[in-house]
Design a protein around this ligand. Structure first.
Ligand SMILES: NC(=O)c1ccc[n+]([C@@H]2O[C@H](COP(=O)([O-])OP(=O)(O)OC[C@H]3O[C@@H](n4cnc5c(N)ncnc54)[C@H](OP(=O)(O)O)[C@@H]3O)[C@@H](O)[C@H]2O)c1
Length: 303
């Protein structure tokens, strides 16, 4: 596979996937096309010789059609954590997680691109408690019904340098004397970004992944309270974590929805009602062994 279109390939995970694919690519004429809404914010990708960053609105079917032409595979990594309120999900979730996959499926068919990899989220389900997880499930269903050579990847929360998770907790610990925490007992099984990127690259290169859906988790389950305490302590600012009662957490999240880039929404709290853990233990496809959080996190949280 020489030509790969990575939609949502300019973000946290996409950057790691592009680097992993570039590392494994033997052909100098390979090309990874990365559409973005904000080229000025992805300068780190412009230096990769095989990456072609293009300004594009992937929601526009004609643009998507042009991007799709001549590709051997498409990887969709677009995801939003804030999509508004609504049933079964808010408009932002509908646009990014459901309508976009529908447009991708249609454009892929027209361009004759059969191979599609789609990054969803662990515990995506039609009956899930949050719009985020319900819309992720609807996006999966759209692609599954489209008759493509599809692989689904469903990670738990992803950690690594630049994450919006442990790094955020470590930063907050520098300024906050203690942590009033919503969803303190929520369960996660964080997975290292390089393990997720490797799972995407492995899946792309191995035909047995066609038709498969992989849940991606690290080796250990934690409560959110444990993760926040850990990030604060490792970054050199140990802090007490105080779990907020549900009603207070709900009010706090509602208030934060009015802040641009606020860290929490009511829908995020609903997502945390389901444990983001792999029911079959620690799983990565193709026999890959997941890397422990305690090995990686100190390398970037301490700085
Ligand atoms: N990070 C995690 O812990 C985690 C856990 C589970 C699942 N996932 C899933 O993994 C995927 C990648 O996550 P990430 O953490 O890498 O996200 P990210 O850093 O926020 O990157 C999101 C990417 O999607 C694009 N994008 C965002 N909103 C868009 C929109 N409305 N229309 C078009 N493009 C849009 C961005 O492109 P621009 O260059 O245009 O901004 C960017 O390339 C997502 O599907 C996410 O749901 C992530």
């Amino acid at each position: 596979m020489k030509n790969i279109l990575l939609i949502g390939g300019t973000g946290f995970l996409g950057t790691a996937v592009v680097r992993e694919l570039a590392r494994r690519t033997v052909s100098a004429d390979s090309c990874f096309t990365l559409p973005t809404r904000r080229r000025d914010r992805v300068k780190h990708l412009l230096v990769l010789p095989t990456a072609r960053v293009v300004d594009a609105d992937v929601h526009d079917p004609a643009t998507l059609g042009r991007l799709m032409t001549g590709q051997d595979a498409v990887i969709n990594l677009v995801g939003v954590l804030k999509g508004g309120e609504g049933e079964p999900y808010g408009k932002g979730f509908a646009r990014a997680h459901v309508e976009l996959p529908r447009k991708i499926a249609a454009a892929a068919k027209v361009a004759g691109v059969r191979r599609v990899l789609h990054v969803s989220a662990l515990k995506a389900a039609a009956e899930a408690p949050s719009g985020y997880l319900r819309s992720k499930a609807a996006g999966e269903a759209v692609l599954q019904d489209a008759g493509l050579d599809l692989t689904l990847l469903r990670p738990s929360v992803i950690f690594g340098p630049g994450d919006a998770f442990l790094t955020l907790f470590a930063r907050m610990a520098r300024i906050a004397p203690f942590f009033p925490l919503a969803g303190a007992d929520a369960r996660f099984q964080p997975v290292w970004i390089e393990d997720v990127a490797a799972a995407v690259a492995d899946s792309l290169l191995r035909s047995e992944s066609i038709g498969a859906a992989y849940d991606l988790c690290g080796p250990t389950q934690y409560s959110l309270r444990e993760l926040v305490s850990y990030a604060a302590a490792v970054s050199g600012h140990p802090r007490a974590v105080i779990g907020l009662p549900h009603a207070v957490a709900w009010l706090q999240a509602w208030a934060m929805e009015f802040i641009p880039n606020g860290p929490m929404t009511r829908d995020n709290i609903r997502s945390m009602r389901v444990a983001s853990v792999c029911d079959s233990g620690c799983t990565l496809p193709f026999g890959r062994v997941a890397t422990a959080l305690e090995i990686i996190a100190p390398t970037y949280l301490r700085s």
